[in-house]
Design a binder for this molecule. Structure first.
Ligand code: ADP
Ligand code: MG
Length: 282
């Protein structure tokens, strides 16, 4: 089965200003998003994250390189399989939650009883059934983001692209959004999560790519990116020094190597800081 997203050597230039000075937004980007995973797209502002996402969604065309979505060049049928929550969406505030989701459902070609069922189910999934008939103007920031998510999934897409879904949310709203990402994954959907929140990415994502100046400076499975593939941490309460020695000796007898105390591996924010810091220093 084809991967949801396969990007090879993608380049994108923007012409801007009266002299048409070019900006290179993507400079040979490679990445693979696998079926059923939550993929974290990280990078400082201007790294090319939104440009890459817009090419995946078919909103922009690359200058060269390849972007395959479910094994095809962006086509109408591939677009139907993608749901998108833009960064800081600006919905019509006079619509109710139900009307918003219905509007997007219609745009995706849903009609009649099928539309009503999909609208009901996506509002239910994001926990907005009770607020469905209230105008968006009265929604909290967290409710608006959840309404945006309901809009993104109303047509039951296989790939869901979320651009900064937690920005501006309080911890409760962030937790709700994180739980929803995991729900989508449990439903078998593939999720691309563009985020600045390292903790969120670290707890939710199976794979990550750190973009810098239009290319992936580092990408892969989260465990390999954090260097913890072969590490295992056991946490004990009230472990005596004597017992610790015995456990260490037993582990070494069985071929393990003592690799350090405390938390295993790196944190994603350290890796991010290192990569961006190193490159800025060049
Ligand atoms: N429409 C545009 N016209 C000209 N330059 C753009 C346009 N959109 C983005 N850029 C430039 O392309 C680069 C990558 O931008 P973007 O993809 O938005 O990055 P990110 O989402 O990672 O912040 C930046 O230098 C940005 O200024
Ligand atoms: Mg962006």
């Amino acid at each position: 089965m084809a991967n949801p997203v396969e990007i090879k050597n993608l380049r994108k230039y923007y012409r801007s200003g009266i002299r048409g000075v070019g900006v290179q937004a993507l400079s040979g980007l490679n990445l693979t998003v696998k079926q059923g995973e939550v993929f974290g797209l990280l990078g400082p502002n201007g790294a090319g994250k939104s440009t890459a996402i817009k090419i995946v969604l078919g909103l922009l065309r690359q200058n060269s390189g390849e972007c395959l979505v479910f094994g095809e060049k962006i086509s109408k049928s591939a677009k139907r399989r993608i749901g998108y929550l833009p960064e800081a969406p600006n919905f019509y505030r006079f619509l109710t939650g139900r009307e918003l989701v219905e509007f997007y459902g219609r745009l995706c070609g849903l009609r009649g009883a099928g539309l009503q069922k999909s609208v009901r189910e996506s509002l239910e999934l994001v926990g907005l059934s009770d607020a469905a008939n209230r105008p968006l103007a009265g929604y909290s920031k967290g409710m608006l983001q959840r309404a945006g998510l309901a809009q993104a999934i109303v047509h039951n897409p296989d790939l869901v692209v979320l651009d900064e879904p937690s920005s501006g949310l309080d911890p409760v709203g962030m937790k709700a959004m994180a739980d929803l990402v995991l729900r989508l994954k449990a439903m078998g959907k593939t999720v691309i999560l563009c985020s600045h929140m390292m903790g969120e990415v670290e707890t939710l994502c199976d794979s990550v790519a750190i973009l810098y100046k239009g290319a992936a400076a580092l990408s892969g499975n989260l465990d390999s990116v954090l260097g913890r593939e072969n590490l295992k941490a056991l946490v004990f309460e009230n472990l005596s020094a004597e017992a610790e020695k015995k456990i260490a000796a037993l582990a070494e007898e069985n071929g393990a190597r003592f690799a350090g105390e405390g938390r295993a591996g790196e944190t994603l924010s350290n890796i991010f800081g290192k990569i961006v810091g190193e490159r800025r220093g060049k």
